[in-house]
Ligand binder design. Structure first.
Ligand code: SF4
Length: 319
């Protein structure tokens, strides 16, 4: 019965996509069934690039709200839908516009570099946006000696500071998934799986980054497992990416890094997992909820994103 329902949703979604000239963009942290029905699966940078360059009239965004907002900012003429408006983000929500304005006021003369994991209001207050795929290169592209404010992820900010040696003041925000990985449990897994490699997202805390064999964005970690000669990986990022890793190299072993609290499913983002096939079906059918952004706010948020995309075009992104 359940299977039948899923089959019906999948075929109806496919039919409506064609009839309405719609595409589904899905983040790597979506569930497997959603990744499999998407026209394009990627991380924040790749999804932004795809949103900016496609022929569809409707973009249905299977991800969290700030990502759908980014798609709308980059494709304002398109209808951008999100199946659930409650798809927040603990990181984006840690940075409120009024507090952020104060942070900028208290630190005058610094270039504001914001991670894409921010609301449209924070983007509009920023000079340039970055993703975890290009954060180091974006900061390095700024003139030597330029002082920087980085928001909102303190772990990524500290990682970028160390990699670039720049003068960076970091906002104190974290992601509830990446902050929660247990160093002890990771090291135990490494011992139990000789030859395994620990691969880590830069949003993780310093002690976890310190034991990493490789640090990279979600796309970077996927690329690493594709090219690396190893056969077993302990993955310290949201577990949804393992679906793509398995598709690329089914014979390798992928172990999600466990969270500090072993009773919770904290290596999964509960916001990302709010999206379901049923919600996608209903959203595409009703063309609601739609992402709408006031014109001036959209224009202000577009500038720093376009600046990032312009720089990213010329970069060989180091994952
Ligand atoms: S994984 Fe973390 S940063 Fe990504 S959407 Fe979820 S809460 Fe936000």
């Amino acid at each position: 019965m359940e299977e039948e329902k899923t089959r019906d949703y999948v075929s109806e979604i496919k039919r409506m996509k064609t009839a309405k000239n719609a595409i589904i963009l899905a983040h790597y942290y979506q569930t497997e069934d959603i990744q499999d029905i998407a026209d394009f699966v990627g991380d924040s940078l790749a999804l932004s690039q795809k949103a900016a360059s496609n022929d569809a009239e409707i973009i249905l965004f299977a991800g969290v709200k700030f990502m759908a907002e980014t798609a709308k900012i980059l494709a304002p003429e398109k209808k951008v839908l999100i199946p659930d408006l409650n798809t927040g983000c603990s990181l984006a929500d840690s940075c409120k516009p009024e507090d952020f304005k104060r942070f900028i006021r208290e630190n005058p003369g610094r270039t504001v570099v914001s991670y894409v994991n921010t609301t449209v209001e924070i983007k509009a207050l920023s000079d340039i946006i970055c993703t975890s795929s290009n954060a180091v290169q974006i900061v390095n592209s700024l003139p030597e000696g330029e002082k920087i404010l980085f928001a909102p992820d303190r772990n990524l900010g500290n990682y970028v500071m160390k990699k670039t040696g720049r003068d960076i003041k970091v906002w104190n925000g974290t992601c509830h998934v990446h902050e929660e990985f247990s160093l002890e449990a990771i090291l135990k897994l490494k011992e139990e799986n000789p030859g395994s490699k620990i691969i880590v997202h830069p949003e993780c805390e310093l002690p976890v980054r310190m034991v990493a064999d490789f640090i990279g964005s979600t796309a970077g970690l996927l690329q690493f497992t594709k090219q690396d000669s190893g056969s077993c990986y302990i993955i310290a990022t949201e577990a949804g990416i393992i679906h793509q890793m398995k598709k690329e190299n089914p014979d390798k072993k992928y172990i999600p890094a466990p969270p500090k609290d072993s009773t919770c499913g904290c290596s999964e983002c509960n916001f990302m997992k709010l999206i379901t096939l049923e919600k996608i079906y209903k959203c595409l059918k009703s063309e609601k909820p739609e992402i709408l952004i006031e014109r001036k706010l959209l224009a202000d948020a577009q500038k720093p994103i376009k600046r990032m995309m312009e720089i990213s075009k010329n970069l060989v992104v180091n994952p």
